[in-house]
Every structure is written in C-alpha cells, then in structure tokens.
Write a protein that binds this ligand. Structure first.
Ligand code: NAP
Length: 294
C-alpha cells in the first residue's frame, strides 16, 4: 500500500541486534488469537501487512496458536513479501524431542508457505531433555530450515543450564512476559541476557488489553509523559519496554489505528528523568520473583 506522510513518519527506526549481527526493528507483531474467526480474517491480514509497511517486520507466531491457524494466516499475509519479513515460530514442548521437532518445523513451514524460519523457539520448557531440543534445533539450522533458534519462558536458572550444554550458547533469544505491570525479569534475567549479548523478546508488552492494561494507562505518571510527547499512554508503555536497546516487543494488533500507534512507539525516546518517574510509579523488583507466564 502507498504510505502517506504520517505513516512514513511512523517507520520503525530503532534496531536490536542478534549475536550473529542481524539487526531487526525493536517493535514487531504478535499473532496470538489471529486466524481463529473467519469474520476477522481479512482485517487481521491487512493489519499485519500494514505493520510490515510501517517497519514492524518481525512476525511472531506458533504452532500452538489456533493449532496452526495463525501460521496459515501469516502465510497469507506475507505472500509475495517473504524477504521483507523476519518470521518467528515456536514448537510445542511435547514436539521438542529430536525427531518430532523436525516434523513440527516442517509442518510450520508448510502452513507459513515458506522454506525457512528466521527464528524458531521452544515455546516453554517441557519434559524432553534440553540436549535433545538443542540437537534438533542445530539439525534444522544445518539443513537451512531455520536461521537461528531460541527459547521462551525460561528464567535465569534455566538460561544458565541451557548455556552450559553443548551448543547451548547458540541460543539467540529468550521470549518472556514483560510490561510495566510485570517487570520481575528486571531483577536478574534482563542483566543476564545483556551480559550474554542475547536480546529479550517481550511478549504481551501492552498487558493483553483488558483490565490490567486499563489500569496501566490510567496511571497519572504515564498519562503526564504521554501528554508531554503528544502520544497515547499505551505508546509510552510500549516505548518503555524497548528503552534499553536489547528488547524486541511484539504487540498484537488487529486494528489499523493500533498498528499505527505501535509502529510510532519505536521512535519515542524517553528521557532519564521520565524513566525515573516511571520507576517510581512501577518499581523494579527488589527480590527474585517467579517468572510470570501466560
Ligand atoms: P498484547 O500484545 O500485550 O495485547 C494485545 C491486545 O492489545 C489486543 O487486544 C489488541 O487489540 C490490543 N492493542 C494492541 N495495540 C493497541 C493499541 N495501540 N492501543 C490499544 N490497544 C491495543 O498481548 P498478547 O497478544 O498476549 O502478546 C503479544 C504477542 O506475544 C502474542 O500475540 C504472541 O505472538 C506473543 N506471546 C507469546 C507467549 C509465549 O509464551 N511465548 C505468550 C503470550 C503471547 P486489537 O487486536 O483489537 O488491535
């Protein structure tokens, strides 16, 4: 689609870099719950395409989402523009054994109508030994089916364990829940990942809609900063998640105005003073918290 001036100004400019030197825009797009209602299908496809136009080229999906329906929808949305996108999918823990993971990945590729993933994640830790999952991921990498691999919902102790396995340090990222109302990872995982040059992928970065999101957006500090920047409070919440340069946020949006707002959030720079105000309103944890998981 042709972009007007306002849209051009929204183009995502800040990037996050993986250990292999690949840099991607710091705000991408989630797809959980997409592809499940035929009435919303065309709107969801258009939203993803608009997001790509606006520079949110990373698309996050999973074999779990609608049992493959979200992957199929993404396949349709990126038809003819695979090279413009950075595709992420995830394997169910029960498919993360060495042989099953190959089949699971091939099925995801078929649904996505592509022959490679840019990133393949273990969705959460299950009962297969990590060694087996790593071996499967490495085989997929050697066969050219994935460009890199990572994990999701791993806490610091899980990351240490992974890192110390053979080839565990090839892990490119860890995707975890992170938003203003859930910043438990700032106790130690954020630092662990920075020290290991590993970007964090922040899921549910705007608290999934609903009551918690409303609560965050009605906070007077967030409202005051938003008014200063002449943007919506939610854009401040999103800009906050990507402030460090080592976090990629993946908000899901199926409405055009939401997509536009999210894309614009990547060019909002919060000052030190504003970050301190936010820290006062939403304090960093002072002790280890269990990893929040949805
Ligand atoms: P989210 O992105 O925090 O929130 C999505 C909700 O926010 C939707 O209701 C959306 O509405 C609304 N929204 C989006 N942009 C908005 C805006 N600018 N203003 C107001 N509302 C806005 O929640 P999420 O979908 O749970 O998380 C994002 C992605 O992370 C998922 O889609 C999935 O890809 C990934 N994820 C991964 C895991 C994991 O275990 N690894 C777990 C959860 C999620 P509309 O759709 O109506 O626009």
């Amino acid at each position: 689609m042709a972009l007007n001036d306002d849209m051009q100004n929204s183009l995502s400019t800040r990037h996050v870099t993986f250990h292999d030197g690949t840099a991607i825009p710091c705000i991408g797009q989630g797809t959980w719950n997409m592809g499940e209602n035929s009435l919303n299908r065309q709107g969801e496809i258009k939203s993803l395409q608009l997001g790509i136009d606006l520079g949110m080229t990373l698309i996050d999906t999973a074999e779990m989402y609608g049992e493959g329906k979200a992957e199929e929808l993404v396949g349709e949305a990126i038809n003819g523009r695979r090279d413009d996108t950075f595709l992420v999918s995830k394997v169910y823990p029960h498919n993360a054994g060495q042989n099953r993971i190959i089949t699971a990945c091939e099925n995801s590729l078929k649904r996505l109508k592509t022959d490679y993933l840019d990133l393949y994640l273990l969705h959460w830790r299950g009962s297969f030994p990590l060694e087996e999952t790593i071996e499967g991921m490495e085989k997929l990498f050697q066969d050219g089916k994935i460009k890199r691999w990572g994990v999701s919902n791993f806490d610091t102790s899980d990351m240490n364990e992974l890192w110390n396995k053979a080839n565990g340090s090839h892990c490119a990222t860890n995707q975890v829940l992170y938003h203003l109302g859930s910043r438990g990872i700032d106790f130690d995982l954020t630092k662990w990942q920075k020290d290991h040059s590993m970007p964090i992928m922040a899921y549910s970065p705007i608290a999934q809609g609903g009551s918690l999101q409303k609560e965050l957006l009605e906070n007077k500090t967030i409202k005051a900063i938003a008014s200063q920047h002449q943007v919506e409070p939610l854009q401040i919440a999103l800009a906050w998640t990507v402030r460090s340069g080592n976090v990629i946020a993946i908000p899901k949006a199926s409405k055009e105005n939401h997509v536009l707002q999210n894309a614009k959030a990547s060019s909002i720079h919060l000052t030190e003073e504003e970050l301190q105000m936010i820290d006062k309103a939403f304090p960093k944890p002072t002790r280890k918290m269990p990893l929040d998981i949805i």
